[in-house]
Design a protein around this ligand. Structure first.
Ligand code: SF4
Ligand code: SF4
Length: 378
């Protein structure tokens, strides 16, 4: 709850104060209203609470078009930099909503190291587990149904990943609850199929990552649509890998067919296509991040962003290598590394960029509800 002094609102942080100042300037100017959802959502308001500003920050896709188009951008004395201020605010919301806070601090300070070390520790644990039982298994060639489970029984593997998935789901749900309460949106909005469907369409096509039709800005001020393409490759690559794993689980428990499966079987085809997306998409995103105008970035928080993208890339790469070399003596080591990377990816999901995808989707749900009400004249 914000404190009001006259017409002014006292905000909880300097970044929120700055976001309020910028939204007030933009609300008078309105030059950028066709660029994305942030400006129309802003125009529906005269004053901005902390929750409103956090909602707008998560509605922003960081395309950079409003900085490039702004006549009041630095070095103008108005110093209007909407993308960077909203990026900082988004970063603050990750921290504010995250659960548990202690894990968030560890991941935020040392994102890349934490994820790499977690992946390495789990891979070592699996190697140690195998060596303890039978050292010959780790470096032997295994073929046929159940080959993967000669290293580690299926139930132990499934139990390990069930635990980390449940943990990530609970932590993400706590973050979602905090976000929804903060922006002050009623629960009933989540029961509106029209708003949900509109948000799915907007998120699925990354409608607001196109800078009003020209693409995202880079350090040379030339807009391109590549960032949207890399996001699509990453998202759909991840979705296909998830579908492949779910199908393989169904094969195992419902049909009694054990992995590895032949190259033409659906879990392998989906996993291979997903793996290609997870290698090419994150590589493109890392390259695009490298080339981004520093004025658009929240530099102190880059580590956790990069850690998440790196883990996605390594998940795709180790998965593809495992597929290609699964009948060779390298399979044992590759499987341990792949499982370590996937475990680390799931563990770090609630603490970085992954949550922004969820908050952004929820912000789009709210925006769809607001637009519909406005069009209906409420
Ligand atoms: S970003 Fe600049 S040009 Fe765009 S609405 Fe705000 S003040 Fe106007
Ligand atoms: S950076 Fe792009 S998405 Fe964000 S407010 Fe500006 S134009 Fe909209």
């Amino acid at each position: 709850m914000n404190i009001h002094i006259g017409d002014s609102i006292i905000h909880a942080s300097a970044t929120l104060e700055e976001a309020d100042r910028l939204m007030t300037v933009c609300n008078s100017c309105r030059y950028c209203e066709g660029l994305c959802a942030v400006f129309p959502a802003m125009e529906m308001r005269r004053a901005f609470s902390d929750g409103d500003l956090n909602y707008l920050a998560n509605l922003c896709h960081g395309c950079g078009a409003c900085l490039s188009d702004c006549q009041f951008a630095p070095p103008h004395e108005f110093d209007v930099n909407v993308p960077q201020t909203l990026a900082r605010l988004r970063g603050d919301t990750y921290q504010a909503y995250v659960w548990p806070k202690s894990m968030a601090v560890a991941f935020e300070r040392n994102g890349v190291w934490m994820t790499v070390m977690t992946a390495g520790a789990i891979a070592l644990f699996i190697c140690g587990f195998v060596m303890w039982n039978d050292p010959a298994v780790l470096f032997g060639s295994h073929e046929g149904a159940g080959a993967f489970y000669r290293l580690m029984p299926h139930n132990a593997m499934a139990g390990l990943f069930l635990l980390v998935t449940l943990y990530a789901a609970v932590a993400a749900a706590m973050g979602v609850r905090s976000f929804w309460l903060d922006i002050g949106e009623p629960l009933a909005t989540l029961r509106q199929p029209g708003s949900i469907w509109q948000a799915i369409r907007d998120a699925g096509s990354l409608r607001y990552l196109d800078g009003g039709g020209v693409g995202c800005m880079n350090d040379d001020d030339t807009p391109t649509d590549r960032r949207r393409l890399y996001h699509h490759l990453t998202f759909y690559g991840f979705a296909l890998c998830f579908l492949s794993t779910s199908m393989a689980t169904g094969y195992h428990y419902l049909l009694g067919i054990e992995a590895p499966y032949p190259w033409y079987d659906l879990p392998v085809v989906l996993g291979t296509l997903g793996g290609i997306g997870l290698v090419t998409g994150p590589l493109g995103l890392l390259h695009a991040k490298w080339r981004r105008d520093p004025q658009l970035l929240d530099a102190p928080r880059l580590g956790m962003d990069i850690a998440f993208i790196l883990m996605l890339f390594l998940t795709g790469l180790t998965g593809l290598l495992l597929m290609a070399l699964r009948t060779t003596p390298a399979m044992g080591l590759l499987l341990a590394i792949h499982l370590g990377v996937v475990f680390s990816l799931f563990l770090s999901m609630p603490y970085g960029k992954f949550m922004h995808g969820i908050y952004r989707f929820l912000a789009l749900v709210r925006y769809a509800r607001e637009r519909r009400m406005m069009n209906e004249g409420h």
